[in-house]
Design a protein around this ligand. Structure first.
Ligand SMILES: Nc1nc2c(c(=O)[nH]1)N[C@H]1C(S)=C(S)[C@@H](COP(=O)(O)O)O[C@H]1N2
Ligand SMILES: [Mo]
Length: 322
């Protein structure tokens, strides 16, 4: 990423330092949270106080899907929740505080386009329609860092079935909110907001495609893309769009946010492949958050489940992996 502002892989983010700062800040905020809301606290501090006090719903009873989980060391939450890509709130990894400005109450998702009957549904009702499960997935960012997170959610295929797509629907297009008042970077006009992403309907109905509403056994932190985001473990992280407000069924291949900015770097398919370098860096090795390096695997290790999706596209060559 950072096509506009920063060269990517050269930046050394010291997230350990970030974390100790954050912990002190949290202690401070916890004491602050007892101050009455009416006093002269400025807006952003107030947002953080709410974060410190935030009541996260417990998802620990969700079914643990061991079959689709990997057996790897889970990235500590204090690292993964303080090292995020969420460009709506800024282009550094340290946007978790800014992300608290997003109001996720009264959130609804629009199911639009080529379906029997388009509808809008609030997240609580949506979640109540499907039983929740936990899956431990590996996440590989195109910037060559990775993490392992226990997500709670439901299979995207269940929502696709519920939406009753018409036979003319070949792709799903996802959209994030547009709210420049809350998300300061959305005031930057040169970005093609809102953030969008797309999948073929075959990819969307693969068992691995997961709609996420929680992580680490709790409701999603805002910086993780609350209240609902996608996770596609075999693709580069930018495909896993956050804070979704619309899922549009279409016959035309969607052009994503990143594809609009740099189609030779961030294409439609973006399947993980160590042998296909990003135009500006190698994809062979990844830095594991809180750990060492590891060799990147084709399809991020999920080849047995997904490679078959691409048989008919082999002749596209490298573009499947960028
Ligand atoms: N709406 C939105 N979704 C997004 C992004 C973003 O900037 N905006 N960043 C993507 C990228 S590049 C990655 S690596 C993951 C990061 O998810 P995480 O912060 O939960 O680790 O979210 C993806 N989804
Ligand atoms: Mo990413």
């Amino acid at each position: 990423m950072h096509v506009i502002k920063k060269p990517s892989w050269g930046i050394k983010e010291n997230y350990v330092t970030d974390e100790s700062l954050a912990t002190n800040r949290r202690k401070f905020l916890n004491s602050l949270a007892t101050i009455t809301v009416g006093s002269a606290i400025n807006g952003s501090l107030l947002g953080n106080a709410v974060w410190a006090n935030q009541n996260l719903q417990n998802f620990n009873s969700a079914f643990k899907n061991n079959k689709l989980s990997i057996d790897a060391k889970i990235t500590p939450e204090k690292l993964s929740s303080k090292y995020n890509n969420f460009f709506e709130f800024g282009s550094t990894k340290n946007i978790w505080k800014e992300a608290q400005n997003l109001s996720t109450e009264e959130w609804a998702v629009n199911i639009s386009g080529l379906v029997e009957k388009p509808f809008k549904i609030d997240t609580d009702s949506l979640i109540s329609k499907f039983s929740l499960e936990e899956r431990i997935y590996r996440h590989r960012c195109v910037e060559a860092w990775s993490m392992v997170v226990p997500w709670t959610g439901f299979e995207l295929s269940k929502l696709v079935a519920y939406a009753q797509p018409l036979s003319s629907a070949k792709y799903l297009e996802f959209k994030t909110f547009f709210s420049p008042k809350e998300a300061t970077e959305q005031r930057a006009r040169w970005y093609p907001w809102p953030y969008t992403e797309g999948l073929t309907i075959e990819e969307a109905t693969n068992e691995l495609a997961f709609l996420v509403v929680g992580a680490y056994g709790k409701t999603l932190h805002k910086q993780f893309g609350a209240p609902i985001r996608l996770h596609l473990p075999w693709k580069y992280g930018f495909k896993s769009i956050k804070s979704i407000v619309e899922i549009n069924f279409t016959s035309v291949r969607p052009v994503s946010f990143w594809e609009t900015l740099a189609d030779n770097e961030y294409g439609f398919w973006a399947n993980v492949n160590p042998e296909v370098p990003h135009p500006r860096w190698s994809q062979k090795i990844e830095r594991v958050l809180g750990g060492n390096s590891r060799n990147t695997e084709i399809y991020n290790g999920y080849g047995p489940q997904v490679a078959g999706l691409y048989n008919k596209f082999q002749n596209l060559g490298n573009s499947l992996f960028r």
